[in-house]
Design a protein around this ligand. Structure first.
Ligand SMILES: [Zn+2]
Length: 123
């Protein structure tokens, strides 16, 4: 069983109290009316699915009911860090990057794409 540190409550609680809510730091387009259908669809539906370090949004559903971010390794399930909404991760900033080939043989670096989204002023 995982014990997750809630940055709002300031203590470790059992994982059953929490729910994952998907990728963190998704930036809403500044002017949704100016988006193409493709840009809006990408914002709504497409998420990174890395093998390795991933930044996720979680909620302490059975506790304080507040949202926060988790830096988690998707293979080992190790939680490297939790932090409040509006903050950036600290210790895991230089964490392992796993590069996976795509179907069209171009490559994508998972952490690099996260940083592009954060540059736009993420959650
Ligand atoms: Zn809490």
């Amino acid at each position: 069983m995982l014990h997750i540190w809630c940055p709002w409550c300031g203590e470790h609680r059992e994982e059953e109290e929490f729910h994952p809510k998907g990728q963190a730091h998704i930036v809403r387009p500044a002017d949704p009316d100016a988006c193409s259908d493709e840009e809006w669809g990408d914002y709504l539906f497409f998420r990174d699915n890395p093998r390795g370090i991933h930044r996720e949004l979680w909620v302490h559903a059975a506790g304080c009911r507040k949202f926060f971010n988790v830096v988690r390794h998707t293979v080992s399930y190790q939680i490297l860090e939790t932090y409040r909404i509006g903050e950036q991760p600290k210790a895991s900033a230089g964490a392992e990057v796993v590069t996976l080939p795509r179907r069209d043989d171009s490559e994508i670096e998972t952490v690099a794409s996260d940083e592009r989204r954060q540059a736009g002023g993420g959650v």
